[in-house]
Design a protein around this ligand. Structure first.
Ligand code: CTP
Ligand code: MG
Length: 617
């Protein structure tokens, strides 16, 4: 409860509190699961949250069904075997329906798995150990299933947010701080998104358990560090799960081991094997790509049952500890995550970040920049402690040494951090956002490096344009890829943003009011302006431009339609036509690519899909 009270104190709003208590039970499990003996506990540790999520995944299955209305039959069927905690429904990009069922115990799940069937008739298909199943239509006489008083916990829980609706809601917020909070509430990775990510990890773990002793597959990165948005990629690490108990020297029978010698080579070979397994033994895994010559070899794949793009690497525990650190900073003060979300979203909108790797900044260093800004000791006081402070307070229980002897030791239990070490400033989100832009608009990027270890700027050890110290490996710069041009663009964009935000606060509320002008993509913002019908606020939508049966509209047709609907000046229409054509071309290219990818699967997979579609409940 103290966590809830802290939320209200810091944001000065009852809104968050109401949201929390009205939220579905499942999304509050972290809070509800606290034992009565934990009353003095203000913060949960990352390990506690992760072990609860891993435990949940061990008790859960994802079942493909015919539609949302299969709930009653599925519930009735499964409850014959095991006791159910709850069922969540969602659809993937292909419009296929799935239900994630959480059972009460792991034994319950084993019971249900023992009852599963397989495709006996398809000789070329080998059944897989997997938590991903499908629900076959009843053969013969249908069993009568009594209606259950239970209902789905979530319906369509994976649906992408309607951006137009979001913008409308943001437009009707009364303060910029409310806008920032709303953007966070509406776009953060939800409970089902987190559950599905742990299911994808569990699926791999089940397969790898049969090949390696002590193996664990853990999500890291934005899926677990508290800064992930709906639809974010899933970073996974395959690692050794050696417990103290297993390395107990009194245990006399010890596994014979096969050593990996010779630098990176053996890891690459392990990852080759992982790539093969993903293609052959992991249901739902498609588009497997091996990137084995990188510093950290990875295998990328898309999980089509859950719509999640995954990056799997080997033995990268420092990435997990880094996620833990980010998660802890995010949980220390309720303003950290909403502010970071806004900054990440703004950076994507102005094109500072990009989905593809390159010479630009990425979300991870950008997040470190926000944390660093919140560590600054201004007249109002600071919000976050330096990393050095957390390291100095670490105890024996906090010692963690990752691969290549990277020391990842820092205080884990934030309850041990004295109150005066954080949240010393009561500024609202609007003030913080403006100060963030102003801070970096005047930052001396030429001479100084950003270091969350110190919590203040330090001298740059080399001439790279942007220097952000890796807190776990201080000799490394996490933004070493960023070019001079991109760094200049960053400086320009923070200045623009500060100016735009400040200017927007004066005078009447316009369409670009508050954060709206910062987070909408420039192209779509310009297009929106051009597509206004007369003076009204109604936009001409793409639907207005195309008839249902009109697949390819000519440039001439588009021009005359736009002129008619918007009554805009000639040169504006020309610009608009060009942008529209570009938008349509990109969309077509993406659709074509998706189609190609979809049908890339083997004939067998298509056949299974066909059989299932006909037989699924
Ligand atoms: N990481 C790291 N050092 C780096 C880059 C990444 O330790 N130089 C770790 C961080 O824990 C980071 C994670 O790897 O969170 C995943 O990196 P990435 O996918 O680039 O960032 P995310 O935080 O997951 O953000 P996004 O939503 O853009 O994927
Ligand atoms: Mg990531």
């Amino acid at each position: 409860m103290s966590l809830l009270i802290q939320t209200i104190r810091n944001t000065g709003k009852s809104h968050s509190f109401q949201k929390l208590i009205q939220a579905p039970l499942s999304s509050c499990t972290c809070l509800l699961r606290r034992k009565s003996s934990d009353v003095s506990k203000k913060f949960l540790s990352f390990d506690e949250v992760v072990s609860q999520r891993r435990d949940e995944a061990r008790r859960s299955l994802v079942v493909q069904v015919n539609s949302e209305s299969s709930f009653n039959e599925l519930y009735g069927y499964c409850s014959n075997y095991a006791s159910i905690n709850g069922i969540h429904h969602y659809k993937n990009a292909g419009g296929e329906h799935f239900m994630l069922i959480e059972f009460s115990t792991e034994d319950n799940l084993k019971e249900i798995l023992r009852s599963c069937g397989s495709h006996q008739k398809d000789n070329d298909i080998m059944a897989l150990q997997s938590p991903f199943l499908w629900f076959r239509a009843c053969s013969g006489k249908k069993e009568k299933i009594a209606p259950t008083s239970n209902t789905l916990i979530t319906k369509n829980g994976n649906a992408a947010i309607d951006e137009n609706l979001l913008c409308e809601e943001l437009g009707s917020c009364s303060t910029v701080s409310d806008q920032i909070q709303l953007l966070y509430d509406k776009t953060m990775l939800n409970d089902l998104g987190i559950r599905l990510r742990y299911m994808v990890a569990r699926q791999l773990e089940i397969v790898f358990e049969s090949l390696y002793a002590n193996i664990a597959v853990r999500p890291f990165g934005s899926s677990v560090n508290g800064f992930g948005k709906m639809g974010c990629d899933l970073d996974l690490v395959l690692s050794n799960n050696l417990t103290d108990e297993m390395s107990d020297p009194t245990k006399r029978l010890v596994y014979q081991e096969k050593k990996s010698e010779g630098g990176r080579g053996p890891w690459q070979r392990h990852m080759e094997l992982v790539g093969e397994l993903l293609e052959l033994r992991i249901v739902g895994a498609t588009r497997v790509q091996r990137i084995l010559h990188a510093r950290v070899p990875i295998v990328k794949y898309a999980h089509e049952f859950t719509n999640i793009d995954c990056d799997l690497c080997y033995n990268n525990m420092s990435g997990v500890h880094m996620s833990e650190l980010l998660w802890m900073y995010g949980s220390l003060d309720p303003r950290v995550r909403p502010l970071t979300f806004l900054v990440r979203r703004w950076a994507a909108a102005v094109g500072l970040t990009n989905q593809h790797p390159g010479r630009w900044i990425t979300n991870f260093p950008l997040t470190l920049m926000v944390l660093f800004f919140l560590q600054q000791k201004t007249n109002d006081g600071f919000i976050l402690p330096s990393f050095k402070n957390l390291v100095n307070r670490a105890g024996k229980e906090d010692i963690r040494i990752a691969e290549e002897n990277v020391n990842c030791t820092f205080l884990r239990d934030m309850n041990k951090l004295p109150l005066e070490c954080y949240s010393q400033n009561q500024s609202n989100l609007e003030t913080l956002l403006l100060q963030f832009f102003e801070y970096y608009a005047q930052f001396d990027f030429q001479e100084k490096a950003i270091s969350i270890i110190e919590g203040h700027p330090v001298r740059k050890p080399n001439a790279l344009p942007l220097y952000i110290v890796n807190p776990l490996e201080p000799a490394l710069n996490v933004s070493r890829n960023v070019s001079f041009e991109e760094c200049e663009r960053f400086k320009l964009e923070v200045r623009n943003a500060a100016w735009q935000l400040e200017a927007g606060l004066e005078g009447e509320k316009s369409d670009d009011w508050g954060v709206l002008g910062l987070i909408e993509k420039r192209a779509s913002r310009n297009l929106k302006k051009l597509l206004r019908v007369g003076n009204s606020h109604r936009l001409v939508s793409v639907k207005d431009l195309f008839n249902d049966n009109e697949e390819n509209i000519s440039e001439e047709g588009l021009r005359s339609k736009l002129q008619r609907l918007t009554q805009t000046r000639h040169e504006n229409v020309e610009k608009s036509v060009k942008e529209m054509k570009q938008m349509i071309a990109t969309q077509n290219a993406t659709e074509k690519k998706d189609q190609k990818i979809k049908f890339k699967n083997s004939q067998v997979a298509n056949e299974v899909f066909r059989i299932r579609r006909n037989k699924m409940v």
